[in-house]
Design a protein around this ligand. Structure first.
Ligand code: PMP
Length: 391
């Protein structure tokens, strides 16, 4: 296309550097194994922590909702697209998160964008961890608020940013609860201490912690016993919950404000009945089948230990997300390709998703994996890792 020649130039450069990626289609349902190119491989790339994407109770709830309410909702929430089940899900999420109210957005991404862009003005400052998720970064870009970035989980640097921010009306610290590329947990107790000392608010994005950490998977706030001391909790319905969407849990006032001002909420059609019904069922599964979370953690410990014993660099992970850091961008993709050839689907992740020199293959075990599957995956990691001289 004339005028857009630079797009092709950039893509050609990626091809030369070995970082051009093709989308890999899955030909089966999501699970501990999936079919790719007609072959069954061990799935270590999904965020389906508890295997809920294909849980019989969620399937049934989704099917029944389609039968009763149809495929779509036909409107945005504020016009004619709020069904009673949308309110039911939000009530359930608020109770689950121990907050006054909650609001569902179309995705976790738009939740961060919608919340940050609508509640802050030029009188305020947002103070963000350097490794926060792209949706937080983009949300901050959309605000008129001043912005400060503190070095990743560096509490001294956070304190510096707070000290420099005293003249603003609102200081809000924003952090991922679990960092999506490294699998480490934010030092929330220290963040809360500092926030209280410097009169700041806190927003936590628990995309990778909901369904994973805390009682019944309530997230990092509950994990650290900080209920009531973190002001805004964001989460996704697309990872451990197994379906699609995002939510924010906070005070009634903040939620009412977002209903009127949260642009992705206001101007985008509400979730289809199947999605909402499956999410409601997922929360019940979390409450009634907590053993899924125990299995997830048991599997995570087994696999993490196995990778470390093989000599891989697994960074600072404390959760079921375990990166295998190989540094070089092209090598990460080569490693991932080889793993797939031998029967493991674990995606290579390179710049700009992670910093230069930090390229990795990221693994996420789930509650669905058996120990045999995880051992088989470790054997394949060993074989591919040795062939590429990573270990
Ligand atoms: N926040 C974090 C920390 C994430 O890892 C993700 C998922 N990529 C999101 C938000 C976005 O969630 P969703 O996929 O539901 O849009």
């Amino acid at each position: 296309m004339k005028g857009f020649d630079y797009l092709q130039t950039e893509l050609d450069e990626m091809k030369e550097q070995g970082t051009f990626r093709k989308l890999i289609p899955i030909e089966s349902e999501q699970g501990s194994k999936v079919v790719i190119n007609g072959k069954e491989v061990i799935q270590l790339s999904s965020n389906n922590y508890l295997g809920l994407t294909s849980h019989p109770r969620l399937r049934k709830a989704a099917l029944e909702a389609v039968e009763k309410f149809g495929a779509g909702t036909g409107s945005v929430r504020t016009i004619a697209g709020t069904f009673s089940m949308h309110n039911e899900l939000e009530q359930k999420l608020a109770t689950f998160k121990h907050t006054e109210a909650a609001l569902v957005f179309q995705s976790g991404f738009t939740t961060n964008q919608g919340v940050l862009s609508s509640i802050l003005t030029k009188e305020d400052v947002v103070i963000s961890d350097a490794l926060n998720h792209a949706s937080i970064i983009d949300g901050i870009r959309l605000t008129k608020a001043a912005r400060k970035v503190y070095n990743h989980v560096d509490m001294k640097d956070l304190e510096r940013a707070l000290k420099e921010s005293q003249e603003f009306r609102v200081r809000i610290i924003v952090t991922d609860g679990v960092f999506s590329m490294d699998g480490n947990i934010a030092p929330l107790p220290e963040i809360v201490e500092l926030a209280e000392e410097y009169d700041a608010l806190i927003m936590v994005d628990d995309a990778h912690a909901s369904g994973v950490l805390g009682e019944n998977g309530r997230g990092t706030v509950n994990h650290f016993g900080l209920d009531g001391r973190v002001h805004i909790q964001v989460g996704t319905l697309s990872k451990a919950i197994g379906v699609l969407g995002g939510y924010v849990a906070s005070t009634r006032t903040l939620i009412d404000y977002l209903i009127h001002k949260g642009r992705p909420f206001l101007f985008s059609t509400s979730h289809p009945p199947a999605v909402t019904a499956a999410c409601i069922e997922a929360i019940d599964v979390l409450l009634e089948e907590p053993e899924l979370i125990d299995t997830l953690w048991d599997n995570a410990k087994f696999f993490k230990k196995g990778l470390a014993e093989l000599g891989f660099n697994t960074g600072v992970s404390e959760t079921p997300i375990t990166p295998v850091i190989v540094s070089d961008d092209a090598l990460a993709h080569q490693f991932s390709d080889k793993l797939l050839q031998y029967g493991v689907f674990a995606q290579g992740i390179a710049f700009p998703t992670v910093a230069k020199g930090q390229a990795r293959v990221r693994t996420i075990v789930t509650a669905q994996h058996t120990k045999e599957e995880l051992q088989e995956a470790l054997d394949i990691f060993e074989k591919a890792g040795k062939e590429l001289s990573i270990i």
